[in-house]
Write a new protein. Sequence first.
Length: 373
Amino acid sequence: MKILVIATWYPNDENPAEAPFNADHVEAIRRRGHQVRVVHVRLGSGLAMPSRESGVWDGTPVRRVLADPAQPRTLLRALRTLHREMAWADVVHTMAFSSILVTSAAWALRAVTGRGPAWVHTEHWNGVVNPRSVSPVWAKLSWLRAVLRLPHVVTGVTGQLAGEMQKFARPHAAMTIPCVVRGPETLTAAPFGPVLRLVAVGGLIARKRPKEAIEAIAWLRDQGTDANLTWVGEGPLREECEEMTATLGLKDRVRLVGAVRPADVAGYLSDADLFFLPTAQENFFTSAAEALAAGRAVVATRVGGFSDYADDANSRLVDDPAPEALGRAVLDARAAFKNVPAEDIADPIRARFSPVAVGELFDRAYVAALARA
């Protein structure tokens, strides 16, 4: 099939880490033998346009176009570009909620001037499940989720997300298609030495609860457990977290390494015994899935659709983010997984979320959408 992917977030030379999950999905689709083109619609003027308007990213042709509501001419140009590209496609595949908004006018115009292509939408955003977790403004505007009725098929990266999308979508339109997850080429056993090594991968933002994680390290110390935490990621709470580690006497137990290249994350996972992140809201929780794919058990809060794959066989999930509850979950995980081979944790995740498995699911979505178009 000819698949036109429209995404408002997509990796580029200036920011190769922008929405890598979209590029991973595109690769999974291409591996099925489909012809794929990507139109990256840069929405709004606050973000600079990539230097190259057209090019190739990981083997896929990508065209980049600005759509700034403050510059009506850019909106018209984006509309013309999408309308023209849709004439080529069998299926339009939008990725990320805002992509529906920028696609709807071009799709309606194509439908008026001829038969519109089938439309599949893929969603990763926690704002669809829990608008309040994004901002009070989005909570008031969340009625816009009604646009999920436009695509013929909608897919969410977790069962929870797909279920929420179905409330707004066409009847029986929602499917669960997860993110692609890759592990390191070589699995290593967790060290589990005298010092318990924990790793978190996420932004230093309130939703990720870095301060609660630091408090849990203090609780473990007070209980006689020598544990340290390496936090991979940057954010506005860095200064507060640094002050907290100093106040609690944890400077030698908590390390904030900042942002790293995506390719370097695997090394931090392999150096750790357990992945530990008491997040307040997630959907797929890619960093946790990547930890499992590296053979590292997960300790987290039970707050999202990632319980699709995180269970007692590979994780310890808790409902209470209090330091004692988190600390006890860490100790329970150490006891449960200390002698479990990394392959036993990693192999089921790597098979379930491989590009081949995800690509097959997208094939089913495309067939369903074509039948409804």
